[in-house]
Design a protein around this ligand. Structure first.
Ligand SMILES: [Zn+2]
Length: 178
């Protein structure tokens, strides 16, 4: 049986990106709670690193992933930029992690179905990617600093969660990716 760790980025005193009346931490939690509901509903157990608006260190997030028999770790974020025109989704994995790369490709393929601008799959030494001993991906779901994308995001949390769920299922399956 698979166990999925979902990590809603930021929280508590750390709002993440702030723009257009939105706090990134709230969107991350909204998407993550919906994703938990969807995965649980299809029989896949889920743990969230946080289920409310609380402070949580990067170390504590990784501890959750490493202390449970998890099959994968997904950190959910929304993006911010000084450029209000910046938009689109991007998926990060740790360089050199083959399972992380496969998971990133699977999630990327499903998120593309939402029709948003594609900024691609990228590698990064982000703390939560580096210190989780699990296939790990960090999804940036869109830019809240872009007024149009901020509007889209806040009204499409369920669609985003649905695409993430399909990506997770695809990543867990043995099916070859395109
Ligand atoms: Zn973030």
């Amino acid at each position: 049986m698979s166990l999925i760790i979902i990590d809603p980025g930021h929280g508590g005193a750390d709002p993440g990106a702030v723009a257009n009346g939105l706090l990134e931490k709230d969107l991350n939690l909204g998407i993550s709670l919906k994703l938990k509901e969807l995965l649980t509903g299809s029989g896949i157990p889920v743990r969230l690193t946080r289920e409310s608006d609380q402070d949580l260190s990067l170390e504590a997030r990784c501890d959750t992933a490493n202390n449970w028999p998890a099959d994968l770790f997904l950190s959910v974020h929304c993006n911010g930029s000084p450029d209000p025109l910046a938009q689109g989704l991007e998926i990060f994995c740790h360089p050199g992690s083959a399972p992380g790369t496969r998971l990133a490709r699977a999630i990327h393929q499903e998120l593309l179905q939402l029709g948003r601008r594609d900024r691609g799959i990228k590698t990064a030494e982000f703390y939560v990617l580096k210190h989780t001993r699990r296939p790990a991906v960090l999804a940036e779901c869109g830019f809240i600093t872009n007024p149009g994308e901020a509007d889209w995001l806040k009204s499409h949390l369920a669609e985003m969660a649905g695409a993430l769920m399909r990506g997770i299922k695809k990543g867990l399956s043995a099916e070859p990716l395109n």
